[in-house]
Design a protein around this ligand. Structure first.
Ligand SMILES: Cc1cc2nc3c(=O)[nH]c(=O)nc-3n(C[C@H](O)[C@H](O)[C@H](O)COP(=O)(O)OP(=O)(O)OC[C@H]3O[C@@H](n4cnc5c(N)ncnc54)[C@H](O)[C@@H]3O)c2cc1C
Ligand code: FES
Length: 292
């Protein structure tokens, strides 16, 4: 099992900065009433204080902490993240942090392959900052040049773009997805890497397939929709292989071994995931209820 901080704290804080780093990504810096430690891959539940406009907090991965400063990276996809993006400097927030299981720390000499897509960057950015070494291969994938938070990409990281059209940034970038980029850089006889991936479900699937084909270990961050963030609502379930029930992304994850996920059913709406059992469900946990 991968490690985690076990005790999460409910903390009040204020927005210190809420600034766009790219066409889609916003960095949110919060000054909290007390420090929150974290391990790379852990997340927090964040909300605006007096949050009647946002009844449920939203899960965001932790980018970094420094003393009582907590930094997050997010993109606007719906109501909650829109409200967050409109929070001015000084706005009051509340945070539950840190939550979930982290990516494993470096415990051997195998090189790591880090695959980050879009706002899947924070867990791998923080892992690399803490444990990264020469010989690791770190890749980030963005939609186009303007989508890449260039100021945040560490030196040596490789970048892929879905589209080479327009935008500011270096010319001659790799066009394709981040897994294809990694495949192009790693010959068939590359030494065994340990793969860590975070991003959209298709990226996680492709990372799992690549690792399985090469016989490499792979951990992924399963960023399911969440209600509570700490194991109560069961809004975040992830199917286990062989109809063996469900993980909760918030407590068993969000970091799971790729082999521990049923990729045929992961990412499907709950009713379709249940229906996808060929021999009927035999869950060790209740069926998922409506998510956040
Ligand atoms: C452990 C974890 C870590 C996360 N880390 C980050 C992060 O660092 N940065 C970031 O920008 N986002 C992150 N997310 C996703 C983020 O929580 C959602 O984008 C956010 O909750 C959406 O809230 P909303 O009210 O804006 O959108 P909603 O109105 O709830 O949804 C808008 C759209 O986004 C989709 N959506 C909502 N939640 C998710 C999700 N978890 N995964 C995929 N699609 C979703 C909905 O289906 C809908 O299409 C993380 C999620 C989890 C579970
Ligand atoms: S988010 Fe409530 S159980 Fe996971």
């Amino acid at each position: 099992m991968t490690p985690s901080f076990t005790t999460a704290s409910r903390l009040l804080g204020r927005v210190v900065a809420n600034e766009a780093l790219s066409s889609s990504m916003i960095r949110l810096d919060l000054d909290l009433e007390a420090p929150t430690g974290f391990l790379p891959g852990q997340f927090c539940m964040v909300n605006l204080e007096g949050g009647s406009r946002m009844p449920l907090s939203r899960p965001l991965s932790i980018l970094r902490t420094e003393g009582s400063r907590l930094s997050l990276l997010y993109k606007v996809v719906g109501h909650g993240t829109r409200l967050l993006s409109e929070a001015p400097v000084g706005a009051a927030v509340r945070v539950l942090s840190p939550l979930g299981r982290s990516f494993p720390e470096r415990d051997d000499d195998r090189p790591r392959l880090l695959l980050a897509g879009g706002v899947g960057l924070p867990p791998l950015w923080s892992w690399f900052e803490r444990y990264g070494r020469k010989g690791d291969l770190a890749c980030f994938g963005g939609r186009d040049r303007d989508d890449v938070p260039w100021g945040l990409i560490p030196p040596g990281w490789r970048v892929s773009l879905d589209s080479a059209e327009g935008g500011a940034g270096p010319a001659g970038m790799f066009v394709g997805n981040v897994v294809t980029l990694a495949e192009s850089l790693l010959p068939d006889d590359a030494p065994a890497h340990h793969v860590l991936a975070c991003g959209p479900v298709p990226l996680l699937r492709a990372a799992a397939v690549m690792a399985a084909q090469r016989g490499w270990n792979c951990e992924v961050s399963v960023e399911e929709r969440m209600g509570c963030g700490y194991g109560v609502c069961r809004g975040c379930v992830v199917p286990r292989p062989a109809a063996a029930g469900w993980w909760t992304a918030c407590q068993d994850g969000p970091i799971l071994a790729a082999d521990d996920v049923d990729w045929e059913r992961f990412g499907l709406p709950a009713d379709e995931a249940l229906a996808a059992y060929s021999d009927g469900p035999s869950c060790s946990a209740p069926a998922p209820e409506a998510s956040a």
